[in-house]
Design a protein around this ligand. Sequence first.
Ligand SMILES: Cc1cc2nc3c(=O)[nH]c(=O)nc-3n(C[C@H](O)[C@H](O)[C@H](O)COP(=O)(O)OP(=O)(O)OC[C@H]3O[C@@H](n4cnc5c(N)ncnc54)[C@H](O)[C@@H]3O)c2cc1C
Length: 273
Amino acid sequence: MVNGYTATSLQEALELRAKYPEVVPYAGGTDLMVEDRPGVTYLFLNKVPELKVITADDEFVRIGAGVTFTEALADELVPQLMKDAVSHIAAPAIRNAGTFGGNLGNGSAKADSVLIEFAADAKLQLVSLKGKRVVSVDQFYLGRKKIDLAADELIAEILLPKTGLDRYYYEKVGGRNALAISRVSFAGVFAEKGGKITNIAAAFGAVADTVLRFKKLEATLLGRTIDEAKSMKKDYLSAYAERMKLTRGRVSAEYRKDVCMNLLNEFLTNQGI
Ligand SMILES: Cc1cc2nc3c(=O)[nH]c(=O)nc-3n(C[C@H](O)[C@H](O)[C@H](O)COP(=O)(O)OP(=O)(O)OC[C@H]3O[C@@H](n4cnc5c(N)ncnc54)[C@H](O)[C@@H]3O)c2cc1C
Protein backbone atom coordinates (compact mmCIF):
# COMPACT_ATOMS: atom_id res chain seq x y z
CA MET A 1 0.00 0.00 0.00
CA VAL A 2 1.20 3.51 -0.88
CA ASN A 3 0.89 6.07 1.93
CA GLY A 4 0.44 9.73 1.31
CA TYR A 5 -1.33 13.04 1.37
CA THR A 6 -3.16 14.39 -1.66
CA ALA A 7 -3.05 18.16 -2.04
CA THR A 8 -5.74 19.92 -4.07
CA SER A 9 -4.15 23.38 -4.16
CA LEU A 10 -0.62 24.75 -4.15
CA GLN A 11 -1.23 26.37 -0.77
CA GLU A 12 -2.27 23.02 0.70
CA ALA A 13 0.72 21.27 -0.88
CA LEU A 14 3.10 23.84 0.62
CA GLU A 15 1.46 23.58 4.04
CA LEU A 16 1.87 19.79 3.96
CA ARG A 17 5.45 20.13 2.75
CA ALA A 18 6.24 22.55 5.62
CA LYS A 19 4.49 20.42 8.25
CA TYR A 20 5.92 17.06 7.13
CA PRO A 21 9.37 17.72 5.60
CA GLU A 22 9.97 13.97 5.24
CA VAL A 23 7.20 13.51 2.65
CA VAL A 24 8.37 12.86 -0.90
CA PRO A 25 6.66 14.91 -3.65
CA TYR A 26 5.00 12.57 -6.13
CA ALA A 27 3.94 13.92 -9.55
CA GLY A 28 3.51 11.31 -12.32
CA GLY A 29 5.33 8.66 -10.32
CA THR A 30 7.16 7.28 -13.36
CA ASP A 31 10.49 7.52 -11.56
CA LEU A 32 9.23 6.92 -8.03
CA MET A 33 7.15 3.85 -8.84
CA VAL A 34 10.21 1.92 -9.96
CA GLU A 35 12.02 2.65 -6.69
CA ASP A 36 11.53 0.42 -3.70
CA ARG A 37 11.07 2.73 -0.73
CA PRO A 38 9.19 0.93 2.01
CA GLY A 39 7.60 3.16 4.62
CA VAL A 40 7.86 6.36 2.60
CA THR A 41 5.01 8.87 2.77
CA TYR A 42 4.25 10.71 -0.46
CA LEU A 43 2.78 14.12 -1.20
CA PHE A 44 0.64 13.58 -4.30
CA LEU A 45 0.72 16.64 -6.55
CA ASN A 46 -1.35 15.52 -9.52
CA LYS A 47 -4.47 17.31 -8.28
CA VAL A 48 -2.78 20.68 -7.79
CA PRO A 49 -4.21 22.86 -10.59
CA GLU A 50 -1.64 25.68 -10.22
CA LEU A 51 1.16 23.27 -11.22
CA LYS A 52 -0.62 22.10 -14.36
CA VAL A 53 -0.73 25.24 -16.49
CA ILE A 54 1.38 26.64 -19.31
CA THR A 55 1.34 30.44 -19.63
CA ALA A 56 3.49 33.18 -21.15
CA ASP A 57 4.56 36.65 -20.07
CA ASP A 58 6.71 39.19 -21.95
CA GLU A 59 9.91 37.25 -21.36
CA PHE A 60 9.12 33.61 -20.67
CA VAL A 61 6.99 30.61 -21.53
CA ARG A 62 6.14 29.30 -18.05
CA ILE A 63 5.62 25.54 -17.85
CA GLY A 64 4.02 24.32 -14.61
CA ALA A 65 6.01 21.60 -12.85
CA GLY A 66 2.99 19.28 -12.99
CA VAL A 67 2.50 19.59 -16.76
CA THR A 68 2.94 16.22 -18.46
CA PHE A 69 5.03 15.74 -21.57
CA THR A 70 1.92 14.85 -23.58
CA GLU A 71 0.22 18.10 -22.48
CA ALA A 72 3.29 20.14 -23.50
CA LEU A 73 3.38 18.49 -26.92
CA ALA A 74 -0.18 19.71 -27.55
CA ASP A 75 0.43 23.30 -26.41
CA GLU A 76 1.33 25.97 -28.93
CA LEU A 77 3.25 28.08 -26.41
CA VAL A 78 5.90 25.40 -25.93
CA PRO A 79 8.94 25.99 -28.19
CA GLN A 80 9.56 23.38 -30.89
CA LEU A 81 13.01 22.57 -29.48
CA MET A 82 11.39 21.44 -26.21
CA LYS A 83 8.76 19.48 -28.13
CA ASP A 84 11.45 17.68 -30.13
CA ALA A 85 13.16 16.56 -26.93
CA VAL A 86 9.97 15.61 -25.12
CA SER A 87 8.69 13.60 -28.07
CA HIS A 88 11.81 11.41 -27.68
CA ILE A 89 10.97 10.50 -24.08
CA ALA A 90 10.21 6.81 -23.68
CA ALA A 91 6.79 5.61 -24.82
CA PRO A 92 3.33 7.28 -24.72
CA ALA A 93 2.41 5.81 -21.32
CA ILE A 94 5.44 7.49 -19.72
CA ARG A 95 4.84 10.77 -21.57
CA ASN A 96 1.21 10.79 -20.42
CA ALA A 97 2.19 10.60 -16.75
CA GLY A 98 5.74 12.01 -16.57
CA THR A 99 6.07 15.71 -15.71
CA PHE A 100 8.60 18.51 -16.12
CA GLY A 101 8.97 18.86 -12.35
CA GLY A 102 9.58 15.15 -11.99
CA ASN A 103 12.23 15.23 -14.71
CA LEU A 104 14.09 17.89 -12.71
CA GLY A 105 13.44 16.30 -9.33
CA ASN A 106 15.94 13.47 -9.78
CA GLY A 107 18.87 15.73 -10.63
CA SER A 108 19.63 13.35 -13.49
CA ALA A 109 21.95 14.30 -16.35
CA LYS A 110 19.88 11.97 -18.55
CA ALA A 111 16.65 13.95 -18.19
CA ASP A 112 15.60 14.98 -21.68
CA SER A 113 13.60 18.13 -20.91
CA VAL A 114 16.35 19.32 -18.55
CA LEU A 115 18.90 19.22 -21.39
CA ILE A 116 16.81 21.78 -23.26
CA GLU A 117 16.48 23.90 -20.12
CA PHE A 118 20.30 23.99 -19.90
CA ALA A 119 20.71 24.90 -23.59
CA ALA A 120 18.03 27.60 -23.30
CA ASP A 121 19.40 29.14 -20.05
CA ALA A 122 16.04 28.45 -18.45
CA LYS A 123 15.17 29.46 -14.91
CA LEU A 124 13.11 27.65 -12.31
CA GLN A 125 10.63 29.07 -9.87
CA LEU A 126 10.79 27.32 -6.50
CA VAL A 127 8.11 27.95 -3.89
CA SER A 128 7.56 27.42 -0.18
CA LEU A 129 5.32 29.01 2.45
CA LYS A 130 8.13 31.53 2.95
CA GLY A 131 7.88 32.76 -0.64
CA LYS A 132 9.28 32.26 -4.13
CA ARG A 133 12.78 32.18 -5.49
CA VAL A 134 14.05 31.95 -9.04
CA VAL A 135 17.25 30.06 -9.87
CA SER A 136 18.89 29.21 -13.17
CA VAL A 137 18.74 25.53 -14.03
CA ASP A 138 22.52 25.17 -13.93
CA GLN A 139 22.53 26.53 -10.36
CA PHE A 140 19.71 24.14 -9.44
CA TYR A 141 21.69 21.09 -10.59
CA LEU A 142 24.40 20.74 -7.95
CA GLY A 143 26.07 17.52 -9.13
CA ARG A 144 25.23 13.86 -9.40
CA LYS A 145 21.57 13.56 -8.33
CA LYS A 146 21.89 16.64 -6.12
CA ILE A 147 19.57 19.59 -6.48
CA ASP A 148 19.15 22.94 -4.78
CA LEU A 149 15.73 22.31 -3.24
CA ALA A 150 14.98 22.88 0.45
CA ALA A 151 12.90 20.36 2.40
CA ASP A 152 9.91 22.71 2.45
CA GLU A 153 10.11 23.73 -1.22
CA LEU A 154 8.49 22.54 -4.42
CA ILE A 155 9.44 23.18 -8.02
CA ALA A 156 6.60 25.33 -9.34
CA GLU A 157 7.51 26.46 -12.86
CA ILE A 158 10.08 26.20 -15.61
CA LEU A 159 10.75 29.58 -17.23
CA LEU A 160 11.88 29.16 -20.83
CA PRO A 161 12.97 32.27 -22.74
CA LYS A 162 10.26 33.21 -25.25
CA THR A 163 12.66 34.17 -28.01
CA GLY A 164 15.99 32.98 -29.36
CA LEU A 165 15.20 29.26 -29.52
CA ASP A 166 14.17 28.98 -33.18
CA ARG A 167 17.59 28.11 -34.55
CA TYR A 168 18.62 24.87 -32.90
CA TYR A 169 20.04 21.41 -33.36
CA TYR A 170 18.84 18.50 -31.24
CA GLU A 171 19.84 14.83 -31.26
CA LYS A 172 19.35 11.94 -28.87
CA VAL A 173 21.50 8.94 -29.58
CA GLY A 174 19.84 6.15 -27.64
CA GLY A 175 20.32 2.45 -27.46
CA ARG A 176 16.83 1.02 -27.45
CA ASN A 177 14.64 3.65 -29.09
CA ALA A 178 11.26 4.02 -27.39
CA LEU A 179 12.19 2.96 -23.87
CA ALA A 180 15.76 4.19 -23.90
CA ILE A 181 17.06 6.58 -21.31
CA SER A 182 19.55 8.77 -23.22
CA ARG A 183 23.03 7.45 -23.83
CA VAL A 184 24.13 10.72 -25.36
CA SER A 185 21.92 13.71 -26.02
CA PHE A 186 22.79 17.09 -27.45
CA ALA A 187 21.02 20.42 -27.80
CA GLY A 188 22.56 23.43 -29.51
CA VAL A 189 20.99 26.89 -29.75
CA PHE A 190 22.30 29.57 -32.08
CA ALA A 191 21.49 33.21 -32.88
CA GLU A 192 23.00 35.78 -35.21
CA LYS A 193 22.33 39.51 -35.58
CA GLY A 194 23.81 41.90 -38.13
CA GLY A 195 26.15 39.17 -39.35
CA LYS A 196 27.59 38.54 -35.87
CA ILE A 197 27.01 35.58 -33.56
CA THR A 198 24.92 36.72 -30.58
CA ASN A 199 24.24 33.38 -28.89
CA ILE A 200 25.73 29.92 -29.07
CA ALA A 201 24.93 27.28 -26.50
CA ALA A 202 25.87 23.60 -26.64
CA ALA A 203 24.51 21.26 -23.95
CA PHE A 204 25.49 17.59 -23.58
CA GLY A 205 23.27 15.20 -21.66
CA ALA A 206 23.77 11.75 -20.17
CA VAL A 207 27.56 11.80 -20.39
CA ALA A 208 28.64 13.10 -16.99
CA ASP A 209 27.27 13.66 -13.48
CA THR A 210 25.40 16.71 -14.67
CA VAL A 211 24.42 18.23 -18.01
CA LEU A 212 27.57 19.76 -19.49
CA ARG A 213 28.00 23.21 -20.95
CA PHE A 214 31.30 24.97 -21.56
CA LYS A 215 30.28 28.62 -21.38
CA LYS A 216 33.79 30.08 -21.62
CA LEU A 217 34.39 28.16 -24.85
CA GLU A 218 31.01 29.16 -26.21
CA ALA A 219 31.85 32.80 -25.52
CA THR A 220 34.92 32.72 -27.77
CA LEU A 221 32.59 32.70 -30.79
CA LEU A 222 30.34 35.53 -29.58
CA GLY A 223 30.58 38.70 -31.68
CA ARG A 224 32.34 36.81 -34.51
CA THR A 225 31.14 36.58 -38.08
CA ILE A 226 30.40 33.15 -39.53
CA ASP A 227 33.60 33.35 -41.59
CA GLU A 228 35.66 34.17 -38.52
CA ALA A 229 34.02 31.31 -36.63
CA LYS A 230 34.76 28.99 -39.53
CA SER A 231 38.46 29.85 -39.39
CA MET A 232 38.44 29.13 -35.64
CA LYS A 233 36.51 25.86 -35.90
CA LYS A 234 39.42 23.42 -35.76
CA ASP A 235 40.88 25.00 -32.61
CA TYR A 236 37.41 25.35 -31.13
CA LEU A 237 36.70 21.63 -31.53
CA SER A 238 40.14 20.72 -30.14
CA ALA A 239 39.48 22.87 -27.07
CA TYR A 240 36.20 21.04 -26.49
CA ALA A 241 37.86 17.64 -26.92
CA GLU A 242 40.44 18.62 -24.32
CA ARG A 243 37.91 19.89 -21.79
CA MET A 244 35.37 17.10 -22.12
CA LYS A 245 35.84 14.56 -19.34
CA LEU A 246 33.10 11.97 -19.61
CA THR A 247 32.03 9.16 -17.35
CA ARG A 248 31.58 5.61 -18.54
CA GLY A 249 27.96 4.59 -18.99
CA ARG A 250 26.60 1.47 -20.59
CA VAL A 251 29.03 2.33 -23.36
CA SER A 252 32.63 3.51 -23.06
CA ALA A 253 33.61 7.09 -22.29
CA GLU A 254 35.62 7.20 -25.55
CA TYR A 255 32.60 6.25 -27.63
CA ARG A 256 30.47 8.85 -25.88
CA LYS A 257 33.10 11.52 -26.42
CA ASP A 258 33.32 10.70 -30.14
CA VAL A 259 29.54 10.96 -30.39
CA CYS A 260 29.57 14.31 -28.55
CA MET A 261 32.25 15.72 -30.81
CA ASN A 262 30.40 14.58 -33.93
CA LEU A 263 27.18 16.17 -32.68
CA LEU A 264 28.95 19.44 -31.87
CA ASN A 265 30.60 19.45 -35.29
CA GLU A 266 27.27 18.81 -36.99
CA PHE A 267 25.62 21.61 -35.00
CA LEU A 268 28.31 24.09 -36.10
CA THR A 269 28.17 22.89 -39.71
CA ASN A 270 24.40 23.37 -39.73
CA GLN A 271 24.92 27.00 -38.70
CA GLY A 272 27.30 27.49 -41.65
CA ILE A 273 30.43 27.20 -39.50
C1 LIG B 1 10.40 2.98 -18.74
C2 LIG B 1 10.86 4.39 -18.44
C3 LIG B 1 11.43 5.12 -19.47
C4 LIG B 1 11.87 6.42 -19.25
N1 LIG B 1 12.42 7.13 -20.29
C5 LIG B 1 12.85 8.40 -20.09
C6 LIG B 1 13.39 9.16 -21.16
O1 LIG B 1 13.49 8.70 -22.30
N2 LIG B 1 13.81 10.42 -20.90
C7 LIG B 1 13.70 10.99 -19.66
O2 LIG B 1 14.10 12.13 -19.48
N3 LIG B 1 13.18 10.28 -18.62
C8 LIG B 1 12.74 9.02 -18.81
N4 LIG B 1 12.22 8.30 -17.76
C9 LIG B 1 12.19 8.91 -16.42
C10 LIG B 1 10.87 9.63 -16.02
O3 LIG B 1 9.77 9.24 -16.78
C11 LIG B 1 11.03 11.16 -16.10
O4 LIG B 1 12.13 11.55 -15.31
C12 LIG B 1 9.79 11.93 -15.68
O5 LIG B 1 9.93 13.27 -16.05
C13 LIG B 1 9.51 11.86 -14.19
O6 LIG B 1 8.36 12.64 -13.95
P1 LIG B 1 7.27 12.16 -12.89
O7 LIG B 1 6.24 13.22 -12.84
O8 LIG B 1 6.80 10.78 -13.19
O9 LIG B 1 8.17 12.18 -11.57
P2 LIG B 1 7.97 11.41 -10.19
O10 LIG B 1 8.35 9.99 -10.36
O11 LIG B 1 6.64 11.71 -9.60
O12 LIG B 1 9.08 12.17 -9.34
C14 LIG B 1 10.45 12.15 -9.72
C15 LIG B 1 11.25 12.98 -8.71
O13 LIG B 1 10.89 14.36 -8.79
C16 LIG B 1 10.41 14.85 -7.52
N5 LIG B 1 9.35 15.80 -7.83
C17 LIG B 1 8.30 15.63 -8.67
N6 LIG B 1 7.58 16.76 -8.78
C18 LIG B 1 8.20 17.68 -7.98
C19 LIG B 1 7.94 19.07 -7.67
N7 LIG B 1 6.92 19.76 -8.22
N8 LIG B 1 8.78 19.69 -6.82
C20 LIG B 1 9.82 19.02 -6.27
N9 LIG B 1 10.13 17.72 -6.54
C21 LIG B 1 9.33 17.07 -7.39
C22 LIG B 1 9.97 13.59 -6.79
O14 LIG B 1 10.00 13.76 -5.39
C23 LIG B 1 11.01 12.57 -7.27
O15 LIG B 1 12.20 12.75 -6.56
C24 LIG B 1 11.74 6.99 -17.95
C25 LIG B 1 11.15 6.26 -16.92
C26 LIG B 1 10.70 4.97 -17.15
C27 LIG B 1 10.06 4.20 -16.02
